[in-house]
Design a protein. Structure first.
Length: 245
């Protein structure tokens, strides 16, 4: 079942599951299992092959259009770039903080060497310990931030086009389990209504899938991940694929 676990009734929110009928059970349908108190137990049914083809074809034709993918990801990547700028400023502040603490420690050590201060002085010892802690903490925070920056990516149009072509091929894979996995990396929820099918996905998940696809996007500093949420990457009226017949 291609859409198992992601297909739901738009009206009641109930999960849609596989049902078979006919001689040899050759007829397969997706049928809603409605929660108690939300209408008849199975009032909405659609042929499984029909729903699979509607969703897969729409994803292939609309989402996996390179221009559409670039448009969808542009806002997300812009926010990541802005976060990167803020992170660069923060790293600069941490580096300056560590350097300032190091200079103060150097002056204290010079004072001790020149006999102007005694290391046995409790106040002096506490001050050295405090400055050492500030220096080490600032350095560690800056290094962690640098590591996060180095792991970020910038997705170029060439990588988007290669990903789109590869994903289209996987959606037509004869191996059902692989095809299901590939589709569900792009689609997180399918709401089946009386006269429409609403397809939903996460832009962040889409971005991560593209990066993990092995298309070798160019590495760049793009900041930290934004908060993940289920977004309609196919917004507006054209996101509603209407069943026929």
């Amino acid at each position: 079942m291609l859409l198992g676990g992601v297909a739901f009734c738009e009206d009641c929110g109930g999960a849609m599951t596989l049902r078979t009928s006919g001689k040899g059970k050759q007829y397969r349908f997706i049928r809603v299992v409605r929660p108690p108190g939300r209408g008849p137990p199975a009032a909405r049914t659609i042929p499984m092959e029909k729903l699979d083809e509607l969703v897969a074809s729409y994803v292939e034709q609309r989402l996996l259009n390179p221009a559409r993918l670039q448009e969808l990801l542009s806002g997300l990547l812009q926010r990541r770039a802005e976060q990167n700028d803020r992170e660069k400023n923060r790293i600069g502040h941490l580096r300056r903080r560590a350097a300032d603490a190091e200079r103060k420690l150097t002056r204290l050590y010079e004072a001790i060497e020149n006999g102007l201060a005694e290391l046995t002085d409790l106040t002096l010892k506490n001050r050295i310990a405090e400055l050492t802690r500030i220096r080490d903490a600032a350095k560690a925070d800056a290094e962690r931030s640098e590591t996060r920056k180095s792991q970020s990516v910038h997705i170029v149009p060439e990588a988007v086009a290669k990903f789109a072509e590869s994903a289209k091929q996987r959606l037509r894979d004869e191996n059902g389990s692989f095809r299901r996995h590939h589709l569900q990396t792009l689609v997180q929820r399918v709401d089946v209504g009386a006269d429409r099918i609403l397809i939903k996905g996460s832009k962040l998940s889409l971005c991560r899938t593209l990066v993990a696809s092995g298309e070798k996007p160019r590495v760049s500093t793009a900041g930290r991940d934004v908060r993940s949420s289920v977004l309609k990457w196919l917004p507006g009226p054209d996101s509603n694929q209407r069943p026929t017949g």
